[in-house]
Write a protein that binds this ligand. Structure first.
Ligand code: PHE
Ligand code: ZN
Length: 889
């Protein structure tokens, strides 16, 4: 374990390596208890640092011998590093033999076993757990890999690149030799040796090249690979069509593994996936799962260019590949969704995620810039900030230079940097240089503050209308609160996409004072000063400003709209994102008033009428309606408050939900009848939207029925649960029963478990469903705690641990935050317990109490005690230590 070495690593300390490793020839003799690794490298001294020692990273491996140009040499170890001195000043051969114990590797970094097979995970610092190496992304080498293993147990032997040789060996073993012609950093190395089956397909791309695509899974899972294959083929076609980027490998493989810390990994030519993000069929996966598979397959595939061909100079530049690749997968999924409305739905979902995960991160103890300045454990910086906010930064560049300009910028980026390890600055520079005269090029330095400054800026908008002169003046100002280590912030460059909407819904023509040309109905204002005023002329009626359309920047907008203005936007805005936003704001204002007031809420007729109008609207898409009619989450409500009482928020939001369920009863029946369906399943956006709305309607009807002891809708839901032809509808019906605490929920849960006991990913859903039910008299917490003892539960498989623990501690505030502190005690015990098994996983769970400082009493004091108890343990991993130390600072 990397325990106890806690050292702060700083971006400003970056120095090029003293040596380059040009080629690597690895031989693995695979054995779960003791695997032998022979690593033969050609090493070249960096002429700029003559005479420096070679310091190789290693962790949890046993060193057998070191040869330089075939001769044994003396060496020493310093901490976990292997240090070699007096080395040749010309290129030389270095051979290192080590052993490791894959079956003991429970942290799932390096070489480990899962369900009897061998798998690797090297990003960020896993390669050092396989062999001694310069484990940093700016050292790029070509790899030849020989795998030897028992033929019966491990019939499939895979590594990066192309298979050049295979055959049998003595003693029931066989071997395979793989060569990857593309130089790569070691974090992209991978191997797999396991008993797997595959789906494969040959394709010819637009460029006229032939490729072999393969997806490897366990024997029972082959019927869950079609969607991933289709997604991969679509991704390849999209990157070629959109950016002219084609597949540079003859063979592209995806392997599914059930023990995995993250979503998936973009190893060159051999992507390794958490089963959750590759396996899907209608019987076991929901629409959300299908969508996730599509986007994660695309994400990893897109990394082949943004991440692999051009990689990161150091780990501070992580967003160079992650922010850009998330932006690309989001654009891809929007294009796959098709219609303008379906694209908007995807955008709304992405923004919801950003606000739910990244905004709180930016407001808490882990706040860090998209390009961090320092870290202890890099694993802790695979965050919503680096990924999702990083993607928003790329999106803003796209907005500022336009779609065609962005394409040119990408082309210049690859022209300049293909084959290199570069920085976020290099990327921004390429996009700007390809677009001289653009808003981005003109303000590149201030724009790059998005990379350097942490925290979510707040933009305040004030408008005034001069009816006599038909002039509308819009003042925008920005301010940013201090974050840890950054007391003062300079202004950001903020693209504000906007339009003006008349009270009757008409779109108002935009013309800025002093400009001859009209801007049409839509424009992008660029706010780059602390405060700026924009004057629109020839505005015939008093408008409602529709600001930040499509969520054009990751900021909190304080528009201070009246209810009237929000109702106007909800019914008339031309921008679907802002229509949704207005609906959320209407609900949020009501919830906040009650939370800040006496906790009592009674929905007004006007709000209910507006919701009914949306629900019954003849033109709006079902998916969009479902988003508007879903209330803002408890976490998002908490974000708006300086002092958070999770129980109070829960009570108010639940009350609002019940009123919505009751008051719109007839409308929910209408929606259910209109949109539920028994036809063949198709994962397309339109059908998924129908299912989403039908399931929301069902949930509302069951909730209202249960509250009024009316068994009709709970009964219908049970029937639906039994008859459903796909997992989306089956889980939807089950969730409706569970969330309403209906009596039928218990038997339905049992039946569900019995029906899917062989499907690990479905059993994960079974745990999550119970751990995320709306808290009710402490029963949900008690149930979740009891589920720890269920025979199917284990802390060793991250998906399973998360399905219960993250669900409870992160996604169910009212069950977790208890006045008796039992939730926090439970949390601390689990963090400590998991830290001994898998520090990365423990550190994720540790973040559930990031926001303890904003909690009301008695939660606040109890939370601090729980965090302090964890922090007081002497034997913590660096990962968990960094999180709890920051939380207490
Ligand atoms: N690089 C992976 C991705 O985002 C994520 C990952 C990070 C996976 C670290 C494993 C370990 O595509
Ligand atoms: Zn990624």
């Amino acid at each position: 374990m990397r325990e106890g070495t806690a050292q702060l690593i700083r971006r400003e300390d970056y120095a090029a390596p003293a040596f380059w490793i040009r080629t690597v020839d690895l031989t693995f003799d695979l054995d779960p208890a003791k695997t032998l690794v022979i690593n033969k490298m050609t090493v070249e001294p960096n002429a700029e640092q003559p005479g420096a020692p070679l310091r190789l990273d290693g962790e949890d491996i046993n060193l057998l011998r070191v040869l330089v140009d075939g001769e044994p040499v003396s060496f020493r170890t310093e901490g976990s590093q292997l240090v070699l001195e007096n080395l040749p000043q010309q290129p030389f051969h270095l051979e290192i033999r080590t052993t490791c114990a894959p079956e003991k590797n429970t942290q799932l970094s390096g070489l480990y076993t899962s369900s009897g097979g061998f798998f690797t995970q090297c990003e960020a610092l896993g390669f050092r757990r396989i062999t001694y190496f310069l484990d940093r992304p700016d050292v790029m080498a070509t790899y030849k890999v020989t795998l030897k293993a028992d033929k019966l147990k491990y019939p499939v032997l895979l590594s990066n690149g192309n298979l050049v040789e295979e055959g049998v060996l003595e003693g029931g073993k066989h071997f395979a030799v793989w060569v990857d012609p593309h130089p790569k950093p070691c974090y992209l190395f991978a191997l797999v040796a396991a008993d797997l089956v595959r789906r494969e397909q040959r394709i010819r791309t637009r460029a006229g090249k032939d490729h072999l695509l393969q997806i490897y899974v366990r024997a029972g899972d082959l019927d869950k690979t079609e969607h991933a294959m289709n997604s991969l083929i679509a991704s390849i076609a999209w990157d070629e069509a959109k950016f002219g980027l084609s597949l540079d490998l003859e063979r592209f493989m995806i392997v599914a593994v059930s023990d995995f810390n993250m979503g998936a990994m973009e190893n060159k030519g051999l992507n390794i996936f958490n089963t959750k993000f590759v396996l899907a069929n209608p019987a076991t996966a929901t629409d959300v799962d299908f969508g996730n598979v599509e986007s994660v397959v695309a994400h990893e595939y897109f990394h082949n260019w943004t991440g692999n061909r051009v990689t990161c100079r150091d780990w501070f530049q992580l967003s160079l590949k992650e922010g850009l690749t998330v932006f690309r997968d989001q654009q891809f999924s929007q294009d796959m969704a098709g219609s303008r409305s379906a694209r908007a739905v995807k955008r709304i979902e992405d923004v919801r995620t950003l606000r739910q995960l990244q905004f709180p991160e930016d407001a808490g103890p882990m706040a860090h810039p998209v390009r961090p300045d320092s870290y202890v454990a890099i694993d802790n910086f695979y965050t919503a900030t680096v990924y999702e906010k990083g993607s928003e930064v790329v999106r803003m560049m796209h907005t500022l230079v336009g779609d065609e300009g962005f394409r040119k910028g990408m082309a210049l980026y690859f022209e300049r940097h293909d084959g290199q390890a570069v920085t976020c600055d290099d990327f921004a520079q390429a996009i700007a240089d390809a677009n001289p005269g653009s808003e981005l090029a003109n303000r590149l330095e201030p724009f790059k503050r998005w990379y350097a400054q942490a925290g979510t800026p707040r933009v305040t908008a004030r408008g005034s209308y001069d009816a006599d002169n038909h002039i509308y003046t819009l003042s925008l100002s920005q301010r940013s609160a201090p974050t840890p280590g950054q007391p003062d912030k300079a202004p950001y460059v903020i693209p504000v996409a906007m339009g003006l909407v008349g009270r009757d819904g008409r779109q108002i023509n935009l013309q800025l004072e002093g400009h001859l040309n009209s801007l049409g109905h839509d424009t992008v204002l660029v706010l780059s000063e602390p405060e700026q005023t924009f004057t629109f002329v020839h505005v015939p009626v008093e408008p409602v400003p529709s600001l930040l359309r499509g969520f054009s920047a990751p900021v909190v907008l304080e528009a201070e709209h009246s209810d009237d203005a929000l109702f106007t936007l909800l019914s008339h805005d031309h921008d679907p994102f802002n229509r949704w936003e207005a609906g959320q704001q209407l609900a949020l204002n009501r919830i906040l008033a009650a939370v800040r007031g006496d906790g009592y809420i009674e929905l007004d007729a006007r709000y209910l009428h507006a919701m009914r109008e949306v629900l019954r609207h003849p033109e709006l898409d079902a998916a969009f309606k479902e988003l508007v009619l879903t209330l803002p989450s408890e976490a998002y409500v908490a974000e708006q408050l300086d002092v958070v009482d999770p129980q109070r928020i829960h009570t108010v939001r639940e009350s609002l939900k019940r009123q919505l369920a009751h008051a719109l009863h007839e409308d929910w029946i209408w929606a259910w009848e209109q949109f539920h369906d028994n036809g063949a399943y198709s994962p397309d956006a339109r059908s998924a939207g129908h299912r989403a709305l039908a399931n929301l309607a069902l949930a509302m009807l069951v909730l209202d029925g249960s509250l009024r002891q009316n068994p009709i809708w709970p009964g219908k839901a049970l029937q639906r649960f039994k008859d459903a032809t796909n997992m989306t509808d089956r889980l939807g019906a089950l969730q409706a029963l569970v969330n309403a605490h209906a009596e039928l929920a218990g038997p339905a849960l049992e039946r569900f478990h019995a029906q899917f006991k062989g499907e690990a990913l479905v059993i994960d859903k079974w745990f999550t469903l119970q751990a995320t039910a709306p808290e009710h008299d402490g029963k949900v917490f008690a149930r979740a705690r009891a589920l720890m003892q269920h025979p199917d539960f284990t802390l060793r498989t991250p998906n399973r641990a998360r399905s219960l623990l993250m669900a409870l501690c992160q996604s169910n505030p009212a069950a977790f935050h208890r006045t008796d502190a039992a939730g926090y005690v439970f949390w601390a015990d689990r963090v400590i317990e998991i830290d001994g098994i898998n520090p990365q996983l423990a550190a994720r769970l540790a973040r559930a109490l990031d926001h303890w400082r904003r909690l009301a009493e008695p939660y606040r004091t109890a939370a601090r005690e729980a965090i302090s108890r964890v922090a007081a343990r002497p034997e913590l991993s660096d990962d968990v230590r960094e999180i709890v130390t920051r939380a207490l600072q």
